[in-house]
Design a protein around this ligand. Structure first.
Ligand code: FAD
Length: 433
């Protein structure tokens, strides 16, 4: 049988371990053409003038793409990096290499789905099929004990049923060799300038400074679990705000697919059998389940997560000076020093703890009475770990228009600061920089 040529279109799956689209191509004994495309749309401005991707995440993506290219070279292939509309650029590559099929991972949010559909439509004219695979979640969609439309809107109900009735599938093997034709190397990366993004400043000494890429992701996992032995205390430290040890910091790697959630899961299982199994080890998997949950919820409710009223059609009355309040929140000049510190950390590093995110979001919604979707769009620009379902799902949750059974989740900033930053070390550090 003639050997097939498959174009593998990588998006948020920049790894060779546990990667279904690579595995399927290898299993078919195909020649592979790995491609990554920088789509200018994802670096453009939103309706309120924020960027879809800001400086820190752009840098993180650059690092992840470059190291992925190196990795693919090590196993006999390469990565074609493109810059432009995928429905134009990918088609050119597909035709040039006379590919038989295109493999890609299925996403859950509108813009990512739309990007794929445009490519699919353009391919159709050339009779080239596009096959989408599921591979971003811990639990496979087909193993869920309910169809997507019947997934409970309350997390606890979802979690209990999953924990009882479903198991995590084994990882796909990591390929040792890929078969590729000679790939003409075009260029490595677009520049910040081409993308219209300003290069990020250097990160202050106390800020989180992660390097992108699969190797860095796996090293971080190894460090957090094995070398640093931090997992055993995770449940009591995870609400921390200072340093890099209080939580795993795997979110940016998960968002870009530099690490698979199953890899984390099975390492935790190994840790449980060889070191300790306790509330903390359970809790990390519990948090990964939240990530899954928001992805499945996005499949269920679609675009309603981006609407002010969410899927509850709640009506808000926003303050008359929303623009002014929003600007002070963005800049960290509200006068609520704990919140200001959170925003300054976010602006200076692209990262913010979960506790900080909850407080910043609640303050914008409940104290400043600003449209929460503006806050979500601002986080979308700034966060290095931005992922549509996790970001918009959490924002909708705090705004009381998503999956929180409570209508109004208020975080009192004074009380929160007292509990989570009792000596004001965090608040002072970021406000005095
Ligand atoms: C307003 C708001 C916006 C957020 N936006 C994002 C986002 O865009 N991308 C993102 O990955 N997370 C987001 N989160 C969730 C959470 O804050 C981050 O996942 C977490 O802080 C990342 O740090 P970590 O990897 O050290 O987390 P850990 O505490 O080590 O957790 C391990 C992993 O579990 C997952 N996780 C943990 N908490 C949550 C949660 N509440 N929802 C979904 N997944 C979770 C993440 O993948 C995380 O990497 C948001 C939370 C809030 C309140």
């Amino acid at each position: 049988m003639e050997q097939k040529t498959i174009l593998i279109w990588f998006r948020n799956d920049l790894r060779i371990h546990d990667n279904v689209i690579i595995h399927e191509a290898v299993r078919k004994n195909a020649r592979v053409i790995p491609v990554y495309c920088f789509n200018p749309y994802f670096f453009s401005k939103t309706s309120i003038g924020t960027l879809k991707t800001g400086s820190f995440r752009t840098k993180f993506i650059f690092e992840s793409v470059l190291t992925f290219k190196e990795k693919l070279k090590e196993i006999g292939s390469d990565l074609i990096v493109l810059f432009g509309n995928p429905e134009v650029e990918i088609i050119k590559i597909a035709l040039h290499y006379e590919v038989n099929d295109i493999y890609v991972h299925q996403e859950v949010a509108f813009e990512e789905n739309n990007e794929m559909q445009l490519v699919e439509k353009a391919l159709w004219k050339h009779r080239i099929p596009l096959t989408a695979f599921i591979g971003h979640t811990l639990y496979h969609k087909q193993d869920l004990p309910f169809p997507i439309k019947d997934i409970p809107n309350v997390f606890t109900a979802f979690r209990k049923k999953i924990e009882k009735e479903t198991s995590v599938r084994q990882e796909y093997p990591t390929p040792e060799k890929l078969s590729s034709p000679t790939i003409e190397n075009r260029f490595d990366l677009p520049t910040f300038e081409q993308l219209g993004i300003i290069e990020p400043p250097s990160i202050p000494s106390n800020g989180l400074n992660l390097k992108g890429g699969e190797a860095a992701a796996l090293a971080r996992l190894k460090y957090y679990l094995w070398d640093g032995d931090h997992l055993k205390n995770y449940k009591s430290t995870r609400n921390g705000m200072i340093g890099s040890e209080y939580s795993t910091k795997l979110s940016p790697y998960l968002a870009l697919g530099c690490i698979s959630p199953r890899r984390i899961y099975f390492e935790v299982k190994k840790y449980e059998t060889t070191r300790v199994s306790n509330d903390s080890t359970y809790w990390l998997i519990f948090e990964l389940l939240w990530r899954d949950y928001f992805r499945f919820m996005f499949k269920k409710h679609g675009n309603r997560y981006f609407k002010v009223g969410g899927f509850k059609d709640k009506v808000f009355s926003f303050g008359e000076d929303q623009e002014v309040q929003f600007a002070s929140w963005q800049q960290g000049t509200t006068g609520a020093t704990f919140i200001d510190a959170c925003m300054k950390e976010l602006n200076a590093t692209g990262f913010l703890s979960n506790r900080g995110r909850q407080n910043a979001a609640s303050y914008l919604i409940n104290d400043l009475k600003v449209n929460w979707t503006w806050g979500a769009m601002y986080f979308e620009e700034k966060l290095i770990d931005y992922s549509p379902s996790s970001n918009w799902g959490n924002w909708a949750y705090i705004a009381g228009v998503g999956n929180d059974p409570r209508e109004n989740r208020y975080f009192n900033p004074l009380k929160q600061a007292k509990e989570y930053d009792p000596e004001a070390i965090y608040t002072q550090y970021w406000n005095n920089l």
